[in-house]
Design a protein around this ligand. Structure first.
Ligand code: ARG
Length: 465
């Protein structure tokens, strides 16, 4: 087949086709304008395949050398932006193969021996995704370190902890941030786990049934740094569960980001006034001159919907596909690519934004004071003096009701006033009613006491180093 003929897709297949594809069908079925981003993985996979073919005596040494030479040239062309991607050649695989044949002739046509685009594309996506997962792991690490830094500085900073978004008990701001570090740490674990299943080799499955050539699949897996070979050819070419798993793990990262975003947005609002974000992460309003809007966290909250949407897209794409490969699978790329792009940008921007956060400890503490955040501590105090917890709860409810009526905090009541609720109350109660006393008292593993927060900071630093 001449190069001219290769450029016309309807003839690239075989002589079987008697009419050309319409422009609309070409555009509809082509993937090159998005899957060209797999080019590096495609070349890497092809080189590993060719090396194995040569080692097995299926491909001559000269052909092997020609393929290596051709691929080096193609790599240069793509990197320099000189490679001409052709819609007529449908996808990244056919584009690169056609160019290889243009460059090195028959050797290029021999590359596809014992291989199909079905095992080729599955291999490419896995190779590409493995590299992206490694970058995401680094970004998750950087975000965690940024949060740990802010947490360390705020081991003693008090803000109200909420349940039902009602003031509950005082917590350290550092403790609050470390909750997110835990979430992102689990996200990193999930990514590492997904990576093990991504990093398996489909090549050698060929179209669906394996191949009659004596391939050494283990050798290709070793060359590509893959941990295992897919053990069933039908499964190898058809399932995209690794992409779905990745997208589920990515969705969870984005959900955690979205929760953090929601808090940043609330905290920056005038009603809370707990923090300020650096100007470079915010925008103004074209009509209201006083406005500074937390656009970055708002967008991240919005983009989490988009990533979760891609998960739904991918999982639905798989459902109902009979074995083995179906063209449906070409639809895995755009959602996967967009998930990776969105996630990486979001993680990058959040690490920067976290590092530049301005904390307003007075506002946080004032808010904790306003909400009777130490009421539980007063109940615990009475329990320690012998009152059953349910009764103590009742006594404190009366005290809080009285304090609310007088618009005073519990700690503003005099000892005599407090004693009126229960005679067991003594002067040492004021330590208990203070926010700091409440914080220090929660010195249990995983609790909010500053000593615990500092210990966690040390643990995280060692883990993230
Ligand atoms: N572009 C295709 C994809 O992304 C490559 C595999 C096509 N295989 C085929 N037999 N048409 O899935």
């Amino acid at each position: 087949m001449s190069d001219n003929q290769l450029a016309n897709k309807s003839q690239a297949w075989s002589a079987l086709f008697s009419e050309p594809m319409s422009e609309l069908v070409k555009r509809y079925t082509a993937s090159v304008f998005f899957d060209k981003r797999l080019w590096k993985a495609d070349i890497e996979g092809s080189l590993a395949h060719a090396e194995m073919l040569a080692a097995q005596g299926i491909l001559g040494a000269e052909d092997h050398a020609a393929i290596q030479r051709g691929m080096t040239k193609i790599r240069e062309e793509i990197e320099a932006g000189r490679f001409e991607w052709k819609l007529d050649l449908e996808d990244v695989h056919l584009n690169i193969e056609a160019r290889l044949t243009e460059l090195v002739g028959l050797a290029g046509k021999r590359l596809h021996t014992g291989r199909s685009r079905n095992d080729q594309v599955a291999t490419d996506v896995r190779l590409w995704l493995r590299g992206e997962i490694d970058e995401i792991a680094l970004l998750l690490n950087a975000l965690q370190r940024a949060l740990v830094d802010v947490a360390e500085k705020n081991a003693e900073t008090i803000l109200p902890g909420f349940t039902h978004l009602q003031v509950a008990q005082p917590v350290a701001f550092g403790h609050h941030l470390l909750a997110y570090v835990e979430m992102f740490a689990r996200d990193a674990e999930r990514m590492a786990d997904v990576r093990r299943r991504v990093n398996r080799l489909p090549l050698g499955a060929a179209a669906l049934a394996g191949t009659s050539y004596p391939l050494d699949r283990e050798r290709v897996a070793r060359t590509l740094g893959m941990e295992a070979v897919c053990q069933n050819s039908l499964d190898a070419v058809s399932d995209r569960d690794f992409a779905i798993e990745f997208s589920a793990a990515a969705s969870l990262v984005m959900v955690h980001i979205s929760r953090l975003s929601e808090e940043l947005i609330l905290w920056m609002s005038q009603s809370f006034g707990f923090i300020d974000l650096a100007d470079r992460f915010c925008t103004g309003s074209s009509i209201m001159p006083q406005k500074k809007n937390p656009d970055v966290p708002e967008l991240a909250r919005g983009k989490s919907g988009r990533v979760v949407g891609h998960l739904m897209g991918l999982i639905t794409l798989m459902k109902g596909q009979p074995l083995a490969y179906n063209k449906d699978n070409q639809e895995d790329k755009e959602p996967l690519f967009d998930t990776v792009d969105t996630l990486k940008d979001t993680l990058r921007i959040f690490a920067e934004m976290a590092a530049g956060i301005t904390v307003k400890p007075e506002a946080m503490e004032r808010a904790a004071m306003r909400g009777y955040a130490t009421a539980t501590d007063l109940a615990d105090y009475l329990v320690k003096k012998g009152l059953p917890f349910r009764d103590a709860h009742e006594v404190v409810a009366h005290a809080v009701k009285t304090a609310i009526a007088q618009a005073r905090d519990l700690s503003d009541l005099s000892l005599d006033e407090l004693k009126a609720f229960d005679a067991r109350i003594e002067a040492d109660v004021f330590e208990v009613l203070s926010l700091r006393g409440s914080l220090n008292a929660r010195n249990v593993l995983g609790g909010t006491a500053p000593d615990q927060v500092r210990a966690q900071v040390v643990r995280h630093r060692a883990r993230l180093a």
